[in-house]
Write a protein that binds this ligand. Structure first.
Ligand code: F3S
Length: 379
């Protein structure tokens, strides 16, 4: 491949992987079980990205999935997406399909493919990477879009970083005082990510008296990744690779510090759930909290197409309340969110990215309070 005997695309892919491997001192390449590719939304990659994709040739060697695109691929007109944007977005997706990538468009690929502890992956999306490494115990660095595509087409990744045991050891201990639930875990990740980033630490281990669910761990990892570039964390007694390490710097976080993240200083014009994309349980929780009430302001939920199709009745019941449940996209990578000025979310990651990547106001509140805002008329 490297010599160009198998075509220009594979040569370019292999050059990229070899360069990465040399940069990080990898001994060799390893096989990956699956790939998840970011840089799918036309809003993110634009014309230059589309041109680069158009030149790719060949077929993926391993199951390969996509991050969210800029719109629901079926209901984009209902979302109010322009025909120009839609045609570019569909062209991107067509190109990925042509090289054999599954059109999953989700940041929760672990609901689509079974991933096991110890599996080597080449995934891109930061929250998915954090979930795979921390909650499942699989192994992946956070790939860029092009390096993930290179891994998809070659089936390989360089052996460095989080693929190696010695780089999966915690370097800072987080002691959480007081009980947490739901969105609190996203707020915790937000606060801790910022703190450890300043300390130049990368792998926190949490001690907690609670028993976080997989959904809560998903929210924790997504926020840690957004504010602290964390790709692996441990929770004592919960995550599969959590081990006691002595002599670590310690940070104590009081639950009151977490609650300080919540506050409404502006009226939201959109309430958005599903960062990362909702699980079945999260959809059911929203349905329960709505109790059949009609929402009084724009309210969107994002989930993967598979989770939506597997939970048709729940989704129908939620949509009867006036909520729109969209697949394939999210509040950050869709251009439509820019039609709003202030988005209320229940996710620490969305709280961060709505501000930094979309340039809008954001408010963070627990899920139940978000639902109450959705059901309250705009003043
Ligand atoms: Fe997923 Fe979009 Fe959040 S990609 S993790 S829903 S910013």
């Amino acid at each position: 491949m490297l010599n160009g005997e198998m075509g220009e695309t594979l040569q370019m892919c292999m050059e990229m992987l070899v360069a990465l491997g040399e940069l990080y001192g990898a001994e060799r390449l390893i096989d990956v079980k699956s790939v998840q590719i970011s840089g799918v939304s036309y809003k993110t990659i634009g014309e230059a990205g589309l041109m680069w994709l158009s030149n790719l040739e060949g077929r993926v060697k391993v199951p390969s999935m996509l991050n969210p695109a800029g719109m629901d691929l079926q209901r984009w007109e209902e979302m109010g997406i322009s025909h120009d944007f839609a045609s570019k977005q569909l062209e991107i997706v067509r190109k990925f399909a042509e090289i054999g990538v599954e059109i999953t468009c989700t940041c929760t690929p672990y609901y689509h493919h079974e991933i096991k502890m110890g599996d080597h992956l080449a995934w891109s999306e930061s929250s998915a990477v954090c979930y795979a490494n921390s909650v499942i115990g699989a192994r992946t660095n956070r790939e860029g879009g092009p390096s993930a595509i290179a891994s998809a087409l070659t089936g390989k990744t360089p052996l460095y970083g989080l693929h190696l045991d010695e780089n999966r050891v915690p370097d800072v201990k987080i002691i959480v005082e007081g009980g947490l639930s739901g969105t609190d875990y996203g707020a915790l990740g937000y606060v801790v990510g910022e703190l450890i980033c300043e300390m130049d630490k990368k792998i926190p281990i949490f001690t907690t008296t609670g028993n976080p669910t997989d959904d809560e761990l998903k929210l924790l990892g997504a926020s840690l990744a957004a504010t602290g570039s964390v790709a692996l964390y441990h929770v004592e007694g919960i995550t599969p690779e959590a081990k006691q390490v002595s002599g670590l710097d310690e940070i104590v976080i009081e639950s009151s510090e977490i609650k300080e993240m919540y506050g409404v200083d502006k009226e939201p014009d959109l309430v958005a759930f599903g960062c990362p994309h909702c699980s079945e349980n999260e959809l059911k929780e929203i349905e329960r909290m709505l109790k059949g009430r009609k929402v009084k302001r724009e309210t969107w939920i994002f989930a993967s197409r598979k989770v939506i199709e597997d939970n048709k009745k729940v989704v129908e019941s939620i949509e009867k309340s006036g909520v729109k449940v969209f697949a394939d996209t999210c509040m950050v990578v869709s251009p439509l969110c820019e039609n709003f000025s202030c988005i209320l979310v229940n996710s620490g990651k969305a709280y961060r990215y709505v501000r930094t990547l979309c340039g809008l106001e954001s408010i963070l509140l627990p899920t139940q309070e978000c639902i109450e805002w959705a059901c309250r008329p705009s003043s």
